[in-house]
Design a protein around this ligand. Structure first.
Ligand code: B1M
Length: 216
C-alpha cells in the first residue's frame, strides 16, 4: 500500500469518521497491509495530531473523544489480526500488563499487549485504571514472569513507583521483571523508580522483554 493509504487512515481519525476508518482498515487487510503498519503509520499518526491540537487548545474534548472512538474501533480489528498473526508455539513467558490507576488510556497498552502476544508471549491484559493491589494480585495469580505498566498521564506516573514498592513488599520483585511505558515515561524515570526497562513503542517493548527474559 502506498503512503496515500496511510494518510487516509490518519485523516479518518482526525475527522472522527469511524465508518471510513473501519472500511479502510478492512480494505487494507484484504490487500495484505501489515496490521502493525496500519496502526503505527496510519491511525497513530492521526490520533497524535489530534492530541497535539488538543494540547494546543485547537481542538476540544468532544473531538478528542470522537477521534479516540475511531481509533479504538479500528485498532480493535487490527489487534485481533496482530494477535492471530503469531505462530502458535510454546509460550516464551507470562506477562501481566495494565494501565495504572488514575489513567483510562488503553489504546497504546492494548497495541503493546497484542504485539507481545503475537511474538509468543502469554499476555494477561488487566485493563485500565488498575490500582496497586490489582497488579500485585494478578502477578501472583498468573505467576507472571514480567509485569508491564502503562500511563500517558503525568500524575499517575507515581503509581508505577508504588507498584514496584508493593512488589518488593510482597516478595515478588526478585523473580518478576518490570517494564514501563507510555509517552511521559523516560529512561531516567524508569531507573529512578527501579523498573528494569522502558518500552518506547510496541516493537521496542518486544525487544526489551526478550532481553529481560534472556530470549534475545
Ligand atoms: Co488523553 N491525553 N486525556 N485521551 N490523549 C493525552 C495523553 C495528552 C498528551 C493529550 C494532550 O494534552 N496533548 C494529555 C496528557 C497530558 C499529561 O498528563 N502530560 C491527555 C489528557 C490531558 C487527557 C484527559 C485528562 C483530558 C480531560 O479529561 N481533560 C483525559 C484523561 C482521563 C483519565 O485517564 N483519567 C483524557 C482522555 C482521553 C480520551 C478518553 C478522550 C482518549 C483515550 C481513549 C482510549 O484510550 N480508549 C484520549 C486520547 C486518545 C489521547 C491521545 C490524543 C492519544 C493517545 C493514544 O491512543 N495514542 C494523547 C496524546 C498523545 O499521546 N500524544 C492524549 C496512540 C497509541 C498507539 O500510542 O498510547 O502513546 P500510545 O502508546 C504507544 C507508546 O506510548 C508505547 O507503545 C504504544 C504503541 O506504540 N507504550 C508502551 C504505551 N504503553 C506502553 C507500555 C509498555 C511499553 C510501551 O510496556 C508496558
Amino acid at each position: 500500500m502506498d503512503q496515500e493509504y496511510f494518510d487516509r487512515l490518519a485523516q479518518a481519525v482526525v475527522d472522527g469518521e469511524a465508518d471510513a476508518a473501519v472500511q479502510l482498515v478492512n480494505d487494507g487487510l484484504g490487500k495484505g497491509v501489515d496490521p502493525i503498519d496500519a496502526v503505527e503509520r496510519g491511525l497513530a499518526r492521526g490520533i497524535m495530531k489530534v492530541g497535539e491540537d488538543f494540547g494546543a487548545g485547537e481542538v476540544f474534548l468532544p473531538e478528542l473523544i470522537m477521534a479516540a472512538d475511531v481509533m479504538k474501533k479500528a485498532t480493535s480489528i487490527l489487534d485481533e489480526k496482530i494477535k492471530a498473526s503469531g505462530t502458535p508455539r510454546t509460550t516464551l513467558g507470562k506477562i501481566v500488563i495494565g494501565t495504572v490507576k488514575g489513567d483510562i488510556h488503553d489504546i497504546g497498552k492494548s497495541v503493546v499487549a497484542a504485539v507481545l502476544q503475537a511474538n509468543g508471549y502469554d499476555v494477561e491484559d488487566i485493563g485500565i485504571d488498575v490500582a496497586v493491589d490489582g497488579f500485585i494480585q494478578s502477578v501472583k495469580q498468573n505467576n507472571a514472569d514480567v509485569l508491564g505498566m502503562s500511563t500517558l498521564l503525568t500524575l499517575p506516573l507515581q503509581v508505577m513507583g508504588e507498584v514496584i514498592a508493593a512488589m518488593k513488599e510482597a516478595g515478588l520483585r526478585d523473580r518478576v521483571k518490570i517494564i514501563v511505558g507510555g509517552c511521559p515515561v523516560t529512561q531516567e524515570f524508569a531507573e529512578e523508580i527501579g523498573a528494569d526497562a522502558v518500552g518506547f513503542d510496541a516493537a521496542d517493548a518486544v525487544k526489551k522483554v526478550g532481553k529481560l527474559l534472556g530470549r534475545s
